[in-house]
Design a protein around this ligand. Structure first.
Ligand code: OFO
Length: 169
């Protein structure tokens, strides 16, 4: 059974994952209208992944005797400055999320809730991967600079990444 404190903290994380999904959906839609189809496919997939992260939490909270709360969400940005801006924003968002996951892990340890602690380890690894991927993409974009041919290839590479199936954990 979840303590009220942990239930509340997990519900906060449900909101964060839902917001991430909306945020990346907004980025995907913007990229699609800019003709960056590979980037859009990658971000649509990323948005789906975040929804899956949210669902996993919803199911866990309910299975452990708590009540998952489905949150109202604010309006995500409508436009972005460019592709590099998108991936920098994505990385800083993910870094924030990692901090939140770490805080959750800490609360579980202090409360001696080892079941939730164990459940959260999946999120800990996921954050490492997401941050690493965002950093690699930003490095590539920095190398490309203003080279249109490079950008074309970058976008095509992302199409390939988007084609890999989503890991359900
Ligand atoms: Fe849910 O992993 Fe990103 O935010």
């Amino acid at each position: 059974m979840l303590s009220k404190k942990i239930e509340k903290a997990l519900n906060g994380q449900i909101e964060t994952e839902a917001m991430s999904s909306q945020f990346y959906l907004a980025m995907a839609s913007w990229a699609e209208t800019e003709g960056l189809n590979g980037t859009a496919a990658f971000l649509y997939r990323h948005s789906d992944e975040e929804r899956m992260h949210m669902l996993k939490l919803v199911r866990f909270v309910n299975e452990r005797g708590g009540k998952a709360l489905i949150p109202a969400l604010g309006q995500p940005p409508r436009t972005f400055k460019g592709i590099t801006d998108i991936f920098q924003t994505l990385l800083s968002h993910e870094t924030k999320v990692t901090g939140e996951i770490n805080k959750l892990v800490d609360i579980c340890l202090r409360d001696k809730d080892y079941t939730t602690h164990n459940f959260l380890q999946w999120y800990v690894s996921e954050q490492i991967e997401e941050e690493a991927l965002a950093r690699t993409l930003i490095d590539k974009l920095n190398l490309i600079g203003n080279d249109k041919g490079g950008l074309y290839l970058f976008d095509r590479d992302l199409e390939g990444l988007a084609a890999t199936p989503i890991e359900q954990g």
